[in-house]
Design a binder for this molecule. Structure first.
Ligand code: NDP
Length: 295
């Protein structure tokens, strides 16, 4: 391996410590940032994420509420829960863990969250603010975490060609919107690829910064990477592995070993983008609490 490893665990920890310091500062003026996480149903991966979010919140000195609703919850009941949290002054930020059960209308649910509490940044008001470069936007935590990784690792985005594989509303699109903004961690030339892209490997090979957010294990192979490129792997995939106690292992969207042999820097999975996501969620909750202070 020749690539520098971009350590999301260490970077995420540093950000959480910074957040904890700001939380302590807010405590002096009587504000304790509060995050509510709503989980509908029993999806095992979602349960793990929700637990980690609650734990990280408490460790940073924040108020944390987890609301677990059964899979049989109706849309109306979920909307009523959101209304309650919207009106609760102890809750500065909230998110509804995705994916929701299929019977639910996620769009309607996300629109119900007060944009001032929308720490996932999925409400159309925050999406619009992100696109127009309004600094009060809540930036979706995963791409925000990727941007912070680039900044904190000294990877120059200005003038760089960033190729993003994936165009989801959660990762790919907001990632592109962050990287094309003016300023630190921005000013990149951005190409977004997806399943309809013609000759994706040829486009990927043009990337100075290649970001994979596809959801397909080891999709990005070494022949798709320009030697010296920075490779960010957002993917989290479970692959069967009978040698592991759980019967599976986690891997990213990038074939790690062969790509690490030619890239200049790479994120591991696990231990890369994942821990950054939680850190940025806390940062957004802090931002929401500071917003109430500003009035
Ligand atoms: P989605 O399934 O919503 O989006 C996947 C994107 O990849 C789509 O735009 C799709 O294209 C594109 N894609 C799929 N197959 C191909 C292909 N063969 N060639 C080119 N493009 C393809 O996933 P998410 O964006 O939500 O998540 C992506 C990955 O990131 C997942 O592994 C997920 O688990 C992980 N993730 C990790 C997080 C973290 O904290 N580290 C947070 C969020 C997600 P099209 O639109 O044309 O279908």
């Amino acid at each position: 391996m020749t690539a520098r490893l971009l350590d999301g665990v260490a970077m995420g920890r540093a950000i959480r410590q910074e957040v904890a310091q700001d939380v302590a500062r807010l405590a002096q003026v009587g504000i304790k940032p509060g995050l509510a996480v709503v989980l509908v149903g029993e999806d095992p991966a979602s349960q793990v994420y929700v637990r980690s979010k609650g734990k990280a919140c408490e460790e940073a000195g924040m108020h944390s509420v987890t609301i677990r609703l059964p899979a049989t919850t109706t849309q109306a009941e979920l909307l009523a829960t959101i209304d309650k949290l919207n009106a609760d002054p102890a809750i500065h930020g909230m998110l509804v863990q995705l994916p929701l059960p299929k019977a639910m209308n996620s769009e309607q649910v996300l629109r119900r969250i007060d944009p001032r509490k929308d720490v996932d940044g999925f409400h159309p008001e925050n999406v619009g603010k992100l696109v127009t470069g309004d600094p009060t936007a809540f930036r979706p935590a995963t791409p925000y975490g990727v941007q912070q990784m680039l900044i904190r690792s000294g990877v120059e985005t200005k003038g760089a060609h960033a190729v993003i594989i994936g165009r989801s509303n959660i990762v790919g699109k907001p990632m592109a919107n962050l990287l094309i903004q003016q300023g630190p961690g921005g000013d990149a030339t951005v190409t977004v690829c997806h399943s309809r892209t013609r000759d994706l490997p040829a486009i990927a090979r043009q990337a100075d910064i290649l970001i994979a957010a596809i959801g397909k294990a080891e999709f990005v192979t070494a022949d798709m990477v320009r030697p010296g490129a920075v490779v960010i792997d957002v993917g989290i995939n479970r692959v069967d592995d009978p040698t592991k106690e759980k019967g599976y292992r986690l891997c990213g969207d990038v074939a790690f070993e062969p790509v690490a042999a030619i890239a200049s820097a790479i994120t591991p999975v696990p231990g890369g983008v994942g821990p950054m996501t939680i850190a940025m969620l806390l940062k957004n909750t802090l931002q929401a609490a500071e917003l109430t202070r500003a009035g």
